[in-house]
Design a protein around this ligand. Structure first.
Ligand code: ATP
Length: 237
């Protein structure tokens, strides 16, 4: 029997008020793979992510996580189905220390405080050095590491990362994508949303190109270059 995909998005439409901005979005994240959701500003990437993570109710279409139909499910149900979302802006608590942030992760996983610290500090020695610092005082790259530590600690079935590279230096972005690849090697399926395609495609097995609220191409990185160029040149056309 074939295993269900980690994520299936089927003919999704969504609107803000009366203005429809997603017009039938369909793609899948096969189990154990990294998929990059790409497209220029305003293409509909964040809206798609908002629908998957339960923040915005789609006007039509279906979402399946690990084969389970999860339209309109609340955040806790999605978390139990194995979805971990790291939003743009990182979703950490800036007024708590690194160690206090890690302690909070223990509420959403079977791992103990101690195990979470071990997993985190092995992958990110830099966070151990800064464990007493307030998260809000960390550099952008360190904040992103802390956000990703949540994914490592909770071993989700599917991890969604929004604009990982936002505001970060190229070298730090490269390092973070290395960590995405490491996380994927542990069996976690990953959906990365990126405006800047090159880094994401270096670690992704598949790319999904969006423009104007539609998917214009799905395929292996080498096979979607033309559609990718067209999406960026044509803006939201
Ligand atoms: P970006 O990288 O800028 O976030 P994106 O590909 O994620 O781009 P979305 O943010 O999903 O694109 O935007 C898709 C469309 O929806 C755009 O036309 C945008 O102007 C519109 N939009 C996004 N958020 C809202 C909102 N809160 N209210 C109304 N319209 C919105």
């Amino acid at each position: 029997m074939t295993e269900p995909n980690a994520l299936d998005v089927v003919d999704l439409t969504a609107a803000y008020g009366r203005i429809e901005v997603l017009h039938g979005v369909t793609f899948s994240v096969p189990r154990g793979s990294v998929v990059a959701l790409l497209g220029p500003n305003g293409a509909g990437k964040s809206t798609t992510l908002r629908c998957i993570s339960g923040q915005l109710e789609p006007t039509a279409g279906h979402l399946h996580i690990g084969g389970h139909h999860l339209n309109g499910a609340a955040a806790d149900r999605l978390a139990r189905a194995g979805l971990c979302t790291i939003p743009e802006g990182r979703g950490i608590f800036p007024n708590l220390s690194v160690e206090e942030n890690l302690r909070l992760f223990a509420f959403t996983t079977a791992n103990s405080d101690q195990e979470i610290r071990e997993i985190t500090y092995t992958q990110f020695p830099r966070l151990q050095e800064r464990r007493s610092q307030l998260a809000g005082r960390l550099s952008g790259g360190e904040q992103q590491m802390l956000a990703m530590a949540r994914a490592l600690a909770t071993s989700p079935a599917i991890l969604m990362l929004d604009e990982l590279s936002m505001g970060l230096a190229p070298k730090i972005v490269e390092n973070l994508y290395g960590i995405v690849a490491d996380i994927a090697r542990t069996g976690v399926s990953v959906l990365v949303v990126e405006q800047f395609a090159r880094r994401a495609l270096a670690v992704a097995q598949y790319g999904v190109v969006m423009a104007g609220g539609r998917v214009t191409a799905v395929g292996e990185p080498a096979d979607i270059q033309d559609e990718l160029s067209a999406a960026y040149l044509g803006g939201a056309a």
